[in-house]
Design a protein around this ligand. Structure first.
Ligand code: 2DT
Length: 214
């Protein structure tokens, strides 16, 4: 049985970590499941990305963009193996953040096509759960401002870029905008999608692994 690949996306501090724990618990009660997170800060590329985000090293916008994409490609073999062997994957962030954050920088060397390019052909998730949120809300949350991208003007640009990325993605993935609400309300909306995917997985209806933006 091919297992589902679920991505949770959204602005910084939009509740991805909290919801992903709930998703993991829910899916784990039905099938094997793993939580992953991009950037994976544990690998060599991930440590460099971490130093960049903590403002300890400087990289060009193109260098960091490509580094994030490599950080994802490093996991492809293991991800494919898990999905084909019945382990559901829940990923906090993926190529959608990759394209949206770099596009939000609004620099000439990274037009939308260059932002999508390095991730074309990666494993496509079955569903993207996009946590909608207002910039004013996320910027008021604890810890906001610690890392490089956590400023309100930048988050507003990221929100606009996610819209562009969504338009590029709707043909190849199921993209679901999850309305804001309490933790419980948000999870209720998410559960509808999880039930659909779990039913598809159980009846072997997910189909083969697809490629993103390819
Ligand atoms: P976390 O706060 O989730 O650890 O993310 N980012 C992330 C990018 O700019 N490109 C990417 O490809 C990915 C996956 C979003 C750390 C920051 O990294 C940004 C916030």
């Amino acid at each position: 049985m091919r297992a589902p690949f679920i991505v949770i996306e959204g602005l910084d501090r939009s509740g991805k970590d909290t919801q992903s724990e709930l998703i993991l618990e829910y899916v784990s009660s039905r099938m094997k499941a793993k939580l992953i997170h991009f950037p994976n800060r544990e690998t060599t590329t991930g440590r460099l990305i971490n130093d960049y985000l903590q403002k300890r090293v400087k990289l060009t916008d193109t260098e960091i963009h490509n580094l994030y994409a490599v950080n994802r490609r490093e996991e492809e073999v293991a991800m494919r193996h898990d999905l084909l062997n019945g382990t559901a994957l829940i990923s906090i962030r993926y190529a959608f953040s990759g394209a949206a954050y770099s596009k939000a920088k609004d620099v000439p060397e990274l037009p939308l096509e260059a932002c999508l390019g390095p991730d074309r052909g990666v494993i496509a998730p079955d569903t993207v759960l996009f946590l909608t949120s207002r910039v004013a809300d996320v910027s008021a949350r604890a810890g906001f401002g610690d890392e490089l991208y956590e400023t309100s003007p930048f988050q507003a640009k990221v929100a606009a870029s996610f819209e562009l990325v969504k338009q590029e993605s709707v043909d190849s993935v199921r993209w679901v905008d999850i309305p804001t609400g309490t933790i419980e309300e948000v999870f209720e909306s998410i559960k509808v999608e999880l039930d659909r995917m779990l039913a598809d997985a159980a009846s072997d209806n997910l189909g083969p692994i697809r490629r993103l933006w390819a």
